[in-house]
Write a protein that binds this ligand. Structure first.
Ligand code: HEM
Length: 188
């Protein structure tokens, strides 16, 4: 995973817990944390998993709470990575519709060696849609958290029903989304 995400995780832990807890967690990791992460570098996913494990231990929260909380906090920070026309819309559906393109094409321009997740977005009415997430990282609760962050950011309530391991694929989850506000997407 990109150093960018490690750095955001550090910011998150400092903000919601403390710098002291962050440094304790970094010290407790088995890999070298003395250098600081570089935004554009790729680091092993196992390092992220270990660091999150340490943080969760020290904060006394569950892994799924940590993933959700980080995802919720993350969305406004992610938006600043891309030009505003990609993310400044009156409704979250506009971004969700482009999510695969944003990760697979736009993000690759920024970070050519990124290994982004895959998304499929299927509108089912003006108030509802299905979002299908596929990644070997299986960050299902993180996606749920990012959706909660988008709800606050765009001031549109989103009710989310998650179906993990959708259609027997352990890397895949389907989210049934219901919006409090109508969205009329332009045909692609
Ligand atoms: C619109 C602005 C967004 C930007 C700029 C962005 C950027 C990124 C970046 C830089 C990564 C790391 C990729 C890597 O290290 O290879 C990432 C991963 C990820 N993104 Fe986004 N993202 C955005 C929106 C979203 C949204 C709305 C969701 C979910 C609803 C989401 C879900 C994820 C997940 C779950 C990962 C972890 C990687 C994985 O599961 O394989 N992102 N994104």
């Amino acid at each position: 995973m990109k150093g960018h995400i490690f750095i955001l995780l550090e910011d998150f832990v400092s903000e919601v817990a403390s710098d002291a807890l962050l440094y304790d967690a970094l010290d407790a990791c088995s890999f070298d944390t003395s250098q600081g992460f570089v935004r554009t570098e790729n680091y092993p996913d196992e390092h992220l998993v270990e660091l999150v494990g340490m943080v969760v231990d020290k904060m006394g929260i569950s892994l799924s709470q940590a993933h959700f909380g980080f995802g919720q906090w993350l969305y406004p920070k992610l938006t600043s990575l891309l030009p505003s026309h990609f993310t400044q819309h009156p409704h979250p559906a506009h971004v969700l519709q482009k999510l695969d393109f944003l990760h697979q094409i736009e993000l690759k321009k920024l970070y050519p060696d990124a290994q982004p997740p895959a998304f499929q977005y299927i509108p089912t009415s003006e108030y509802s849609a299905e979002l299908i997430y596929t990644s070997p990282r299986k960050l299902f609760d993180l996606v749920k958290g990012v959706l909660a962050g988008m709800s606050t950011y765009y001031q549109v309530e989103i009710t989310v029903e998650m179906q993990a391991h959708w259609r027997g694929d352990e890397n895949c989850a389907r989210y049934l989304l219901t919006y409090s506000k109508q969205c009329q997407l332009q045909p692609e």
